[in-house]
Ligand binder design. Structure first.
Ligand code: PGA
Length: 251
């Protein structure tokens, strides 16, 4: 079963509209040749989504949001809904990122509701899971990601288009990357958990990205693992050349 490599750039709270559009204009040129081999998406902050969508027209780069609210509209000051994201040109929504869980109180239950909202709006989720350093040191990694995956996917029929991102919290923005062996072990386990819920055929199609200090110089090794189907990239997605190097590591 071949899964097309999928690399997403999570810009977090970075880039003004001017900076964001300049970055994607440069990126377009750098990655145009990987058209069929690697799927690419960028996730700018909300304010830059629409201008970036315009700057990406007729390109092979898709647009992702970094979160959404679970309701389509209503009295939720400061929030943005999935239908709004669809309207400005998003195809994907990153959900359950560890920073959302850590700083904004997201739980597996809220992630589950946000996935439902995402799918209802015609978008696809990139669902983030991963253990903290403390959990890894207590040998709880597989248990933690099992709970997160089951909690996120509870109630959904098998959907091979969902993407899961394994992001060990201790590797995010720290310059510490999981070794390819550590990452592969967890990816294979996540695929098994998905297989338990959705059957082996679907599990073989679901793409699982790795995230946590992915850079041009470690991408090839990580992306070469049998169950690592792409990357969710933070810091190194903020410069076109750095991000393109990761994309080309697989292309
Ligand atoms: P990083 O972030 O690449 O800067 O470690 C990854 C992420 O948070 O998705």
């Amino acid at each position: 079963m071949s899964r097309r490599c999928f690399v997403t750039g999570n810009w977090k709270m970075n880039k003004t509209v001017a900076e964001a559009t300049a970055l994607v204009r440069e990126l377009r040129g750098l990655v145009s040749m990987v058209r069929d081999r690697v799927e690419v998406a960028v996730a700018p902050p909300f304010t830059a989504l629409y201008p970036v969508a315009k700057a990406l027209e007729d390109s092979n780069i898709a647009l992702a949001a970094q979160t959404c609210h679970a309701e389509p509209s209503g009295a939720f000051t400061g929030e943005v809904s999935a239908p709004m994201l669809k309207e400005v040109g998003c195809s994907w929504v990153i959900l359950g990122h560890s920073e959302r869980r850590q700083f904004f109180g997201e739980t597996d239950a809220t992630v589950n509701r946000k996935i439902a909202a995402t799918v209802k709006a015609g978008l696809l989720p990139i669902i983030c899971v991963g253990e903290t350093l403390q959990e890894r040191e207590a040998n709880k990694t597989l248990e933690v990601v099992t709970t997160q995956v089951k909690g996120a996917l509870a109630g959904f029929a098998a959907n091979p288009a969902f993407v899961i991102a394994y992001e060990p919290v201790w590797a995010i923005g720290t310059g510490k990357t999981a070794t390819s062996r550590q990452a592969q072990e967890v990816h294979a386990h996540i695929r098994q958990v998905v297989g338990g819920l959705w059957g082996q055929d679907t599990a073989a199609q679901v793409r699982i990205q790795y995230g946590g200090s992915v850079k041009g110089d470690n991408a090839a090794e990580l992306l070469g693992q049998p169950d690592i189907d792409g990357a969710l990239v933070g810091g190194a997605s903020l410069k076109a050349a750095d991000f393109a190097a990761i994309i080309k590591a697989r292309a």
